[in-house]
Design a binder for this molecule. Structure first.
Ligand code: NDP
Length: 323
């Protein structure tokens, strides 16, 4: 019987990155399908609401997965996170509780769930590593989402201890790529700025970036992340989470991001920073040392190349992209 892989949240940024990687990497390669006959199913919320246990069980009854990559989550930008803390906590807890229970009940061999660097304590020493997850309260602005995600690690250990389940998790840093949410108000920094810059080019208006441009961030391309998920699925055997990120030296400032966007979009108009707007945390540097011990030769796509591909995708799919 071939293995059956179920990707919850399969229609989103990360899920579509996985679909792309599986379609383009050769079968049998380290980051591709292991065998031609393995089955992959990418779930949309249209197939069932994972906040509902009955609907979740029905999905698992239908596909009978042997493995699950659990990406589905209520995800949002800072504004929505601040405004709807209970909803972010409750929806994500319900989704995670149902998916992990269904996976256990259906005897799934392995589940990888997706955390986020928001789980880390607000007051922490840099670089952040996997041992910091539960060492202090997360940032106040998104504590609902952060605690919901932290609990996944608690679940994974409890499932392992009580039922011997092989459930683990990944902690990606900021992700970007095709199929991102390019909404102007409620998106992450890269897709939001790409959309803004494209509109400035189209309308002949200035491109104004909020803040000083000085904060530093680590960004991972969704298609690189997909390869790392496939590696983790097949070769990583710890219950503890692993940070999936570019290294500390590849941290970039928001100004570098904006410069790269201006170049990729081909914007030649007026471009400036609105320093009256808040910057957010100056940095959240995470260590990818654990990942590099496992995969020392992994080649990340150069930032500008990945950004150019993402911009190209957005331009070509403007009418159907999430905006
Ligand atoms: P997206 O917002 O792009 O996609 C979310 C996915 O979850 C969609 O497929 C959506 O389905 C599905 N979904 C949401 N609610 C439900 C529900 N109630 N029932 C069923 N499916 C649901 O998310 P990303 O791809 O950006 O994120 C994937 C994972 O990565 C998440 O767990 C997120 O927390 C994590 N992450 C993301 C980061 C980022 O920078 N984007 C950074 C770090 C971690 P549909 O579209 O069909 O409604």
């Amino acid at each position: 019987m071939p293995n059956v892989y179920l990707v919850t949240g399969g229609t989103g940024l990360v899920g579509q990155g996985l679909a792309h990687t599986l379609a383009t990497e050769p079968v049998g390669s380290r980051f591709g399908k292991a065998t031609e006959d393995e089955e992959w199913h990418f779930l949309s919320s249209k197939e069932g609401d994972l906040r509902d246990l009955k609907e979740t069980m029905a999905i698992f009854d239908k596909y009978k997965p042997t493995h699950v990559i659990h990406l589905a989550a209520l995800v949002g930008g800072l504004f929505r996170n601040m405004k709807y803390k209970l909803t972010f906590l409750r929806d994500n807890c319900l989704i995670n509780d149902n998916v992990l229970w269904a996976a256990k009940e259906h005897g799934c061999v392995k589940v990888i769930s997706c955390l986020s660097t928001c789980v880390f304590p607000d007051k922490v020493t840099y670089p952040i590593d996997e041992s910091h997850v539960h060492q202090g309260p997360p940032h106040e602005s998104n504590f609902g989402y952060a605690h919901g995600k932290r609990l996944v690690d608690v679940y994974n250990h409890a499932y392992n201890e009580e039922f011997g389940c092989n459930f683990t998790s990944a902690i990606p840093t900021n992700i970007f790529g095709p199929y991102d949410n390019y909404d102007l108000e409620d998106s992450h920094v890269i897709p939001g700025l790409v959309h803004k810059c494209l509109l400035a080019k189209k309308n002949g208006t200035p491109f104004i970036v909020s803040g000083t441009g000085k904060p530093l961030r680590q960004f991972i391309y969704s298609r690189d992340l997909a390869k790392l998920f496939l590696w983790q699925l097949r070769e990583y055997n710890e219950i503890d989470p692993i940070i999936l990120s570019v290294g500390e030296k590849d941290e970039v400032s928001i100004k570098q991001v904006a410069d790269a966007i201006v170049k990729a979009v081909g914007f030649e108009g007026e471009y400036s920073f609105d320093t009256s707007k808040a910057d957010g945390q100056f940095k959240k540097t995470a260590s990818n040392e654990k990942l590099m011990k496992y995969l020392p030769d992994f080649q990340f796509t150069p930032f500008e190349e990945a950004l150019t591909e993402s911009v190209k995708w957005f331009v070509e799919n403007y009418d159907t992209a999430r905006t």
